[in-house]
Write a protein that binds this ligand. Structure first.
Ligand code: SF4
Length: 410
C-alpha cells in the first residue's frame, strides 16, 4: 500500500463487445456475433470514435500514464489500427511512459499473428487471455465462443509474436466441475507457464442464464466445501510451481504482478474510459452508464461541461473502508503506519481490536517494519490475511471491519 496519490497514473479503457455472451457474465457488453469485428462493424467503429471524444475531453494531468489496460468485453475484437489510434490519443492527451505496462484482454479465437503483431507494434506488451477452462464440454456449458484448441493456438501466437508478458484467466466452481478437473486445469496452465494467472471462483449472478439455471450451493454447482478445496488446491499447486499468491485471486512469477490492477488494490486514482467504466480522479469516483445510448449521451454532456465530473468527493470514512477492502486483497496487506497517518490512531485501534478474534483462527498475521512476522504482543506495522485460510474467509473478516468502523464513526 502506498500513500494516496492525487494524479492518475493508469487508464482503463472498456471495449464492450463480445462475439457471444457467456452464460455467467453480467458485464456491460454488446454481442456482435462471430463474424463482426473491428472496422467491419459499424457499431464498434462508432464506439471507438466516442471513446476518443471522451479521452480528448478529459483534463490533462502532469504525470504520464504508467499503465494502460484495455478490458472488456473483448478488446481483441478491435483491429490493430483501432488499438493504435486509442493509444495515440492517450499518449497525446496524457503521455505514456516509455516503460508503461500496456495490457489487453483477449479471447482465444479472436486474433491471429498479424493482428497481435500490430498490437505489439503499437505498444501492447501484456496479454490477459480469457481461457476459463481447458475442456470443451465445460467451455460449451459456459457459453464460451472458443474451444480448447483455440487456447493453444492463441498461446502459440503470443509466443511467436514475442509479447513478453502474458496471463491466463481460469474459473473454478463451474457446474459439474470436479476437483480432479480443476487439478487438470491447473496442471495445464502450469505447463503453459504464463507469467501470471488469475483464478476466479464462479459467482452466479441472478440476471444471467446461470442465475436462471442454477442455485448457488445446489448441484450441479460445487458446494462451499468443494469450492474451498479448489481454492486451497490452486494456492498449493501454483505456489509449488513458483507463483506468488499476491492477491486473493491472482498469482504471478517474480516481477510480473499486474501493475495496473495494483493501482485499484492500493486505492490509487485512475482514469476510466468507456461504457460502464469507473474512474477515480480527484477523489471522485464516477461510473459511466452501462448502455451504449446512455453512454453516448453522457459523453456529449461531459464534453459540453469541459470534462467536469459531477460526483461528490469520496468521504474520509469511505476512503478508509475502501482502502481496507482493497488492501486486504493483497498479500502485502494493509500498512497500519500509513493508516494512522491518513486516518488517525483511532482507526488503527479499531482495526486491530476487530481483527484480534481472527488472529486466534490464524486468519490474519501482523508484520513488523522489516516485513517479518511480528511478535503477537506488539502492534504490527502491517497486517494481512493468511494464505489461503485468511483469503478464503476475507468476506467475513471485511464484514466485521466494516461493522466496527462504521459503528465507531456514528
Ligand atoms: S468474453 Fe468476457 S466479457 Fe464477454 S461475455 Fe464472456 S465473460 Fe463476458
Amino acid at each position: 500500500m502506498k500513500l494516496h496519490r492525487v494524479c492518475p497514473r493508469g487508464a482503463y479503457v472498456h471495449i464492450p463487445f463480445c462475439r457471444r455472451r457467456c452464460f455467467y457474465c453480467d458485464f456491460p457488453v454488446s454481442v456482435v456475433g462471430d463474424r463482426k469485428s473491428g472496422e467491419n462493424s459499424g457499431t464498434i467503429a462508432e464506439y471507438v470514435e466516442v471513446l476518443i471524444e471522451e479521452i480528448e475531453a478529459t483534463p490533462r494531468s502532469p504525470h504520464p500514464l504508467e499503465t494502460v489496460f484495455f478490458g472488456g468485453g473483448t478488446p481483441s475484437l478491435l483491429t490493430a489500427a483501432q488499438i493504435d489510434r486509442l493509444l495515440t490519443v492517450l499518449d497525446r492527451q496524457f503521455g505514456i511512459a516509455s516503460d508503461a505496462e500496456i495490457s489487453a484482454e483477449m479471447d482465444p479465437g479472436t486474433f491471429d499473428r498479424a493482428k497481435l503483431s500490430g498490437y505489439a507494434r503499437s505498444g501492447v506488451n501484456r496479454v490477459s487471455l480469457g481461457v476459463q477452462a481447458f475442456e470443451d464440454d465445460l467451455l460449451k456449458l459456459c457459453g464460451r465462443s472458443h474451444d480448447a484448441e483455440d487456447i493453444f493456438t492463441a498461446v502459440e501466437n503470443i509466443r511467436h509474436v514475442g509479447i513478453p508478458n502474458f496471463s491466463l484467466d481460469l474459473i473454478s466452481g463451474l457446474p459439474h466441475q470436479s476437483l480432479e478437473q480443476w487439478r487438470r486445469a491447473l496442471d495445464r496452465a502450469i505447463a503453459i507457464s504464463p507469467n501470471h494467472l488469475s483464478c476466479y471462483d464462479l459467482v452466479v449472478e441472478p440476471v444471467t442464464p446461470f442465475g436462471r439455471f442454477y442455485k448457488p450451493g445446489d448441484r450441479p454447482l460445487p458446494d462451499d466445501d468443494l469450492t474451498a478445496q479448489m481454492y486451497r488446491l490452486a494456492a498449493e499447486m501454483l505456489s509449488r510451481a513458483g507463483y506468488e499468491h499476491y492477491e486473493v485471486s491472482n498469482y504471478a512469477k517474480k516481477g510480473f504482478q499486474c501493475r495496473h490492477n495494483r493501482l485499484y488494490w492500493e486505492n490509487q486514482p485512475y482514469y476510466g474510459f468507456g461504457m460502464g467504466a469507473t474512474s477515480y480522479v480527484g477523489d471522485r469516483r464516477c461510473s459511466r452508464p452501462r448502455t451504449r445510448k446512455e453512454y453516448y449521451e453522457w459523453v456529449a454532456r461531459y464534453k459540453a461541461s469541459g470534462g467536469a465530473i459531477d460526483e461528490p468527493p469520496t468521504s474520509t470514512e469511505d476512503r478508509l473502508l475502501e482502502t481496507l477492502m482493497l488492501g486486504f486483497r493483497l498479500s502485502d496487506g494493509v500498512n497500519l503506519l500509513e493508516i494512522r497517518e491518513s486516518f488517525g490512531a483511532e482507526a488503527v485501534v479499531a482495526i486491530v481490536e476487530t481483527l484480534q478474534v481472527y488472529d486466534k483462527n490464524n486468519w490474519i498475521e501482523g508484520l513488523d517494519r522489516s516485513g517479518a512476522i511480528g511478535e503477537r504482543r506488539s502492534l504490527p506495522a502491517r497486517v494481512r490475511l493468511t494464505d489461503p485460510e485468511g483469503f478464503l474467509f476475507s468476506n467475513t473478516i471485511l464484514a466485521s471491519l466494516f461493522e466496527s468502523l462504521t459503528v465507531e464513526s456514528r
